[in-house]
Design a binder for this molecule. Structure first.
Ligand code: SF4
Length: 336
């Protein structure tokens, strides 16, 4: 990564969801990470681990009335997004920072054509832009995501496109302002495998062409190995491990990471039954004290049930939050 200062710094972020006046649930606890220019950071974990809530916090997209941020800063180019007013955030949302969701229809307006929506995405941040220039740039954006017959597509409504084409149009809309940061929340989960591979290739091409940094949220380790430079593993609202992608796959340290990798078919998969992590993910209401993985972990000790572990550097650039990672490593990981 050529730049020394991170583009984005998430510092000690905690997020609570208020149920009523007296009750709050802890959705995210003390999450910190940096993202550098041109880097892709994968955030991996099962549903409810806090990965989407963390990323929605970057643009304050969690439901405003129910969400509290008991701690944290989100520094983007040195400015704290978490404490900005909606007016201060407006020029950044969809312009310097854009998002791509799993289901494009949640972000597209079904009543407007793709062309209208692309031009609107441009002109909302550049009100003086001539309509003809907005049209040309929209056409270029659709060409760049390799949608055939771009002139016709600009006149088409979202419902008339296939899932893969709709996701390409969504990516065109997100990238049209050449954002510094693109947040992708399970962007290929709803697509079949061939289309998924095409969309991932496309995102990598755009990343190199534009130099955008990407946060890629997924539960799919196969996708993360294709996309990410660095990976953050989350469980129970906490970060439990962070490493470069190759290091993480070859030398996982946290028992949960080992369990995730063991339960995912690899290219040499020989048809044997895959290992599973015993038990299920706790809900926010029944999150255990101490390490949130303690009721599923073969290495849990009394300390694990009381105290969340500090981060330790296992190797340079590879950190792990586990009281017993050395013992787990000696014995071969989580359920090995
Ligand atoms: Fe958590 Fe303890 Fe298991 Fe480590 S050994 S993952 S701290 S329960």
């Amino acid at each position: 990564m050529e730049e020394k200062n991170p583009l984005l710094q998430v510092v000690d972020l905690s997020v609570d969801f208020r149920l009523d006046r007296k009750t709050s649930l802890h959705a995210v606890r003390h999450v910190s990470f940096d993202l550098y220019k041109g880097e892709t950071l994968g955030i991996v974990g099962e549903s409810g681990c806090g990965k989407s809530v963390t990323c929605m916090s970057i643009l304050q997209l969690n439901p405003a009335r129910r969400t509290r941020y008991p701690s944290g800063q989100i520094l983007f180019d040195g400015k704290d997004l978490l404490h900005m007013t909606p007016k201060q955030l407006r020029p950044i949302r969809g312009n310097e920072i854009a998002m791509v969701f799993q289901e494009p229809m949640t972000a597209m307006n079904p009543l407007f054509s793709i062309g209208d929506q692309l031009m609107e995405a441009l002109r909302v941040h550049n009100p003086r832009m001539e309509k003809s220039e907005a049209y040309e740039r929209s056409l270029e954006a659709v060409r760049r995501v390799k949608i055939p017959n771009p002139e016709r597509i600009l006149k088409t409504y979202p419902f008339a496109l296939s899932g893969g084409m709709r996701q390409r149009a969504m990516i065109a809309m997100a990238m049209i302002t050449r954002p510094k940061l693109l947040i992708c929340d399970e962007p290929t989960t709803a697509l079949d495998v061939t289309i998924q591979a095409q969309v991932l290739d496309l995102m990598n091409e755009l990343k190199h062409e534009i130099g955008t940094s990407i946060i890629f949220i997924t539960h799919d380790l196969g996708v993360i190995s294709e996309m990410a430079d660095r990976v953050l593993i989350m469980y129970g609202g906490r970060v439990c491990e962070e490493a470069d992608v190759d290091e993480l796959f070859t030398k996982p340290r946290h028992p949960y990471t080992v369990g995730l990798i063991d339960s995912h078919p690899n290219p040499e998969y020989d048809g044997d039954r895959l290992k599973v992590i015993p038990g299920s993910v706790p809900t926010l209401r029944d999150m255990p004290a101490g390490c949130p993985f303690n009721n599923r972990c073969a290495y849990a000790s009394d300390t694990c049930r009381d105290v969340f572990p500090d981060f330790e550097e296992a190797e340079s650039g590879h950190t792990v939050a586990c009281h017993n990672w050395r013992q787990a490593l000696q014995k071969g990981g989580a359920a090995r």
